[in-house]
Ligand binder design. Structure first.
Ligand code: BGC
Length: 753
């Protein structure tokens, strides 16, 4: 393993926050890692946002940052990955007919009720951290007493949340309600919490009763589960629910210890959650509690610390940017389930109900690289998820009249297209199919996995290439293939022709398929899906002759045919008034710059500057995307303000909708900006090159990277980069400064570039 002292400057607070009542203050004084938000009283208008910011999860389940002793539907939420259920149409209000994403004809059908939309989401399940408290026999809601302070602290290095509420009850007794909670990173079926109520009157009788809160619902009061069984004993409680469409059963059990002293009561609880054939939750929770609440909690903290050290990137920037990036990466880690090839990462993880937990291109195109470069074993599951749903993608292509496999724009567990059916994106946001194929290529390049490409990956690549080939149109007059009638990734222009992002991705997909068709590893798959020589030649021909809009005379790439003729006046643009103009919602043309090094630097820079003036950042992908595109175009000073603002997306609620969930893909894009941009990392199958360009005012960037089963840590500052190879590596890694020949870095050794 690495010698952490030599290379890691990370600050960690080794004191468990509940071990010492003053530890929170200690941490703040020391400027250590926790993110601390203070509130004077409760703030109803901000609780929903804090619910997302203070979320804790482990990819398998997620608990929003609600108050355990104050009912508040906007901040509470408990979701289990993969438990999608059919939901009534009231779940999603119809779009405005003028909205750019609406398909006018489809909207009509749903508006007049002739068709019922098929909508899916995860149910908000009975909440496992809820307590009822009583003081001298009277039920207390701290929010309705004389509340003195309320403070929460998210310990980002431990994935642990604490809360302290201080209030005076009606008899003017001062009371303190302390709690902590965690969702285990060690055993993904477990979560735990401790709740402690103290009263300055030692004779006051205190009662705290834990239980599952079954009054919770999804948005708009829609309840998407049915209770099959529920029971409560002296120190445990169990509940079994099934989702509204009866497709998933979730069994939960909690078991607790109670400690009573004069003027104080403490409850320590372990909750276990089981899906399908998972082991019995009551037995799990009991066994865990026998081992000890503190033991299970400490195991979680150790796993969280190790995981964060092994995966996340640290920057020596201004504190606000560093804090935002750390919070964002914590959320990325909390979004990835482990060892489950049947779920992917929903767009907001499990942090909130925005976009109904659908899986978008954000996962394949933006989040996948983060996981691939830091945790390839688990990243593979994101591809296996797509592979398992390939038949549904084939059916999707046939549905729209094409061949091969068309990855749906939004889907959950079914693999079917689950975008709200009155929108126009389903058959028009085509690039997602190539985004998945690109992820397959990256995985093959970055790992030594002996079976993935030949058993699964190549099938995704061939079938998506077939789809794109069938989606092209031959223009006889211009003697070229074109891709017409698409929705640009920018999403302010959803009726366009020949978008260079889509066309480049499609061409790449087709050419890569033709290339790996020549690889003997793919012979079995080719035979199985009947991909013969004639079809491969046809793919090559389409790839060679697919039109990609070239840069104009000013070295700027047009977003689609005729874009330059749109109105340059971008005042008053909104999603109901944008198609006529040059305003763009988010990076589009520039979003592929880090993939395709053949774009000359001057073209990138001219194009980036042109679109920077026209990009309105209507999407959370936008600020980070502009940071990334600038960084890989050697515009580091231009990139940094986008990076800084992007890092604060959710902590400062930049887009005004953090209450609906965290924008986790944004932080993966920032990670890409730092790694591919500021570090200039270029990892290929034969080795790794670096080209560090440290932003001014930043002292360092440090990150772990996995390559071909080997691990390195890179630490760059203004004097260059130090790369340290893990002592457990099994082979030397070829490493170099960009443009220089490789040097072999042996296991356990260090190299300065
Ligand atoms: C963006 C899409 C993105 C989606 C989910 C939309 O606002 O335009 O590109 O996939 O949000 O993040």
């Amino acid at each position: 393993m690495y010698d952490k002292r030599r290379i890691c400057q990370r600050e960690t607070n080794q004191t468990g926050p509940m071990n010492n009542a003053d530890s929170l203050v200690d941490n703040m004084m020391r400027g250590a890692a926790p993110l601390v938000l203070r509130t004077e009283g409760l703030d109803g208008s901000r609780e929903a946002r804090w619910g997302s910011q203070f979320f804790l999860g482990n990819g398998r389940m997620g608990l929003r940052g609600h108050h355990e002793d104050i009912a508040d539907p906007a901040s509470a939420g408990f979701y289990v990955a993969g438990t999608y259920t059919y939901a009534p149409r009231e779940l999603v209000p119809l779009h405005d007919p003028d909205h750019i994403l609406v398909h006018p004809k489809r909207l009509e059908a749903y508006k007049d009720g002739t068709q019922d939309p098929e909508l899916y989401t995860l149910p908000n399940l009975p909440n496992p951290f809820t307590v009822t408290i009583k003081l001298k026999g009277r039920e207390i809601n701290p929010a309705q007493e004389n509340l003195l302070t309320c403070e929460r602290a998210l310990y980002m290095d431990q994935a642990l949340l604490t809360r302290r509420i201080v209030f005076r009850d009606k008899d003017q007794r001062r009371c303190i309600a302390d709690s902590e909670r965690w969702v285990s990173w060690q055993n993904r079926q477990l979560l735990g919490w401790r709740y402690e109520l103290q009263c300055e009157d030692p004779d006051a009788t205190l009662e705290v009763t834990p239980g599952f809160n079954t009054t919770v619902t999804n948005v708009r009061g829609i309840c998407l589960y049915k209770i099959l069984e529920a029971s409560t004993q002296v120190n445990n409680s169990q509940i079994t629910v099934e989702t509204a469409d009866q497709q998933n059963t979730i069994r939960m059990a909690m078991t607790w210890n109670t400690k009573q002293e004069a003027g104080k009561i403490t409850i320590e609880t372990i909750v276990a959650v089981s899906r399908h054939d998972d082991p019995d939750p009551l037995q799990l929770a009991n066994e865990a509690l026998v081992r000890g609440y503190q033991t299970i909690r400490d195991e979680h903290i150790a796993a969280a610390r190790q995981t964060l050290y092994d995966h996340t990137l640290e920057i020596g920037s201004d504190p606000l940017t560093a804090e935002g990036l750390r919070h964002g990466q914590l959320h990325l880690e909390m979004a990835l389930d482990h060892d489950n090839p049947h779920v992917s990462i929903p767009i907001k993880g499990l942090t909130g109900e925005g976009y109904r937990f659908m899986v978008f291109w954000d996962t394949d195109f933006h989040m996948f690289p983060y996981f691939l470069y830091t945790n390839p074993k688990q990243a593979r599951n994101l591809l296996m998820y797509r592979y398992h749903l390939l038949d549904a993608a084939r059916a999707n292509a046939r549905h729209w009249g094409y061949r091969g496999a068309q990855i749906p724009w939004e889907t959950g567990a079914s693999g079917k297209e689950e975008t709200a059916p009155w929108l126009n994106l389903q058959e028009r946001e085509l690039h997602i199919s190539a985004d998945t194929a690109y992820a397959v290529m990256l995985y093959d390049r970055m790992t030594d996995d002996p079976v993935f490409l030949e058993t699964y990956g190549a099938e995704i690549v061939f079938e998506t290439a077939r789809f794109f080939a069938s989606r092209t149109t031959w223009n006889d007059q211009k003697q070229r293939f074109e891709i017409l009638d698409i929705g640009c990734p920018d999403q302010y222009h959803t009726w366009a022709d020949n978008n260079p992002f889509i066309s480049r991705m499609a061409r790449w997909n087709i050419e890569y398929a033709a290339r790996i068709a020549a690889d003997p590893r793919t012979a079995g798959i080719r035979k199985r899906i009947d991909l013969n020589e004639t079809e491969i030649e046809e793919l090559q021909n389409i790839g060679q002759n697919l039109y990609i809009i070239p840069p104009d005379k000013n070295g700027i790439i047009e977003e689609f045919d005729g874009y330059f003729k749109r109105d340059p006046d971008i005042r008053g643009i909104h999603e109901t008034f944008c198609a006529h103009s040059q305003a763009v919602k988010q990076p589009d043309v520039v979003a592929s710059f880090h993939l395709f090094p053949d774009y000359p630097q001057t073209i990138r820079q001219n194009t980036w500057r042109f679109y920077a003036e026209r990009t309105l950042h209507g999407s959370s992908l936008s600020l980070p995307g502009m940071a990334l595109a600038a960084a890989v175009s050697d515009l580091i000073p231009e990139s940094v303000p986008f990076f800084q603002k992007g890092s604060r997306l959710d902590l400062d609620d930049v887009n005004g909708n953090t209450s609906l969930g965290m924008h986790i893909s944004a932080y993966a894009v920032l990670w890409e900006a730092a790694v591919f941009g500021y570090l200039g990392l270029d990892a290929q199958a034969d080795g790794i090159r670096l080209n560090p360009r440290m932003p001014q005012g930043w002292s360092f960037i440090e990150t772990p990277i996995h390559w071909k089963g080997q691990r390195i840590r890179i630490r760059a500052d203004h004097n260059g980069a130090t790369i340290m190879a893990d002592t457990q590596n099994t082979r030397a890694i070829p490493l170099a400064q960009v443009g220089k020949p490789y040097t072999e870095l042996e296991p356990g050794k260090e190299l300065k570039l």
